[in-house]
Each structure stands twice: as structure tokens, then as C-alpha cells.
Design a protein around this ligand. Sequence first.
Ligand code: AMP
Length: 286
Amino acid sequence: MSEPRLSMAIPSKGRLREPTWALLEASGVAPQLPGERVLQTYCRNANIDLLFVRADDIPEYVQDGVVDCGVTGLDLVAESGCAVDTLLQLDFGFCALQVAVPLEDGTDSIDGLGGRRVATSHPRIAAAALAARGIEVELITVGGSVEITPRLGLSDAIIDLVSTGSTLRTNGLRSLGTIFESEAAVIGPRLGDVTGDLRTLITMLQAVVEARKSRYLLFNVPANALDDVIAVLPSAGSPSVVQLADQSVVAVQTVVPSSTIWQLLPELELRGASAILTLPIERMVR
Ligand code: AMP
């Protein structure tokens, strides 16, 4: 009998499709591109079947056990109300559910919206967030194009997904604040076992997610400036220090968060470091 295969639902379209596919490729499972309109494929290097499903249907597929796990947005998970667990946050698909009003509206905080009409396509998250603040509004649920509802006279305010804020600005709206932060994640059934192939997959995806957030850093520094340089390194562990043939200089190697590089390199140079190199990391298991 052949071994049972792990099944994973991935977004069939929309902004999460491409980054999800790229992550699977980077993880080494070798997902095989299906023909056009084919909704199922497999991985050459792993015991995994992939199903292309709409991102907003994925929480339900996972909850109902149609698939073993899936990739979708945490906003869609919360909005679905499905009983699933987040197994791994993926560090892409960032967006926030924000409350916004027309520029000319005098309201200056979310708490000032009591009694007004608020349009959203995320009624479950909106209702929970507003109730938690003790604000009662008239919630109007719309399927899309939430941002034009104030101009159409359908609402006084909106609650909608924002990533850069440019759609709000284009539509003459001003944010009053965020009620929910979202990113893409791998989800599994509530209290499900993360063992066997599922555990292997999560470990390999996490290795890529962690690696993308980090850079390998190498540089030389005069031995007498070493302590000074080590003091500014944001590395988690102790750096490797290698004595060079010229005994007055050492080579330092370490891993640092990518987000710190732009500030760190000038600091290192100021403290006497030279031949500074940063390299991408393919995978990282801590
Ligand atoms: P889509 O299929 O393109 O409509 O997007 C599905 C998911 O992408 C959303 O539910 C969010 O989790 C995520 N997303 C990331 N950035 C944005 C954004 N600027 N607007 C809407 N959704 C976003």
C-alpha cells in the first residue's frame, strides 16, 4: 500500500498565490507547475499534494479535514470563524484592517463612530473589534469596493484592508486606526498533531522564512577594535572570530537581522571594520 500523502491547500489566485508558490519552491519540496486550469498538483521531492483553492475557502477546507493544512491570510481565518490553528506565520501578505472616514469628516478617533454607518467586507472581525471597544455602530456588509461606499452615501465610515494606504488616499479617505493586523500563514486543524510529513514541511518552510529575515555578515577588523565592534552587533549568538595571517587583524562572521543592515554597516566601518560582506542565506534552522 502506498503511504498516505500530505495535502495542502494553496491560494488559486490573488496576491497570496505567487509568494506562496515562491516559498514552496525555496523550501526545496519542488512543487510541480500544473497545466492551465488544473487545480491539483504534487511536489517532486516530498510526499505532498497541493490543491489550488480560493484563499477565503481555505480555513473551511482545513477545519473540515478536506486538506491537512493550507496557506491563507490571517484576516480570512479570523473572518471565517473556523476552528483552525496557525502553524507558521509566513512574513508576507502583510495588511491591516483599518477604520477610515472621508477627509472632510470631523471624527478623530474610532471611538467617535458610535451610532454611525460603517461598511465592511469583514463583518465578523469588525463586530468583535467594535464590541471590544464598547462602540455600537450600524454595520453594513458589502462584498467588495468598500472604499467607495461613503461617496455613494451608503456609509459614514469603512473598515477595510490596507497595505500601503494609497487606495484610501485615492478615495479621499483618512485612517482612524487599525483593528486587526494580518499576514499569510500556514494553518492546520485546531489541536491537530503536527507530526510526520506535516512537521517536516513546517520546519522546511520556517527555515526559509527565518533565512529571508537574516543576512550572513563577514568583515575584517583590527584585533584591538574587536570588543568595540562586537558590542554593536545585533546577532543572536556569539560571532565566529578567526585569526588572520596578519595577527593584528581578525575576521568576524555572524548572522544579523536583514532589517538592521542599513544602520549596522556604517557603524562597523566607523569602528574600523573593512572588507564588509553581506550574503543572503538560503535556509536557517535555529
Ligand atoms: P486577494 O486574493 O488578492 O483579494 O487577497 C487575499 C488576501 O491577501 C487578503 O485576505 C489578505 O490576507 C492579503 N492581502 C495582502 N495585502 C492586501 C491588500 N493590500 N489588500 C487586500 N488584501 C491583502
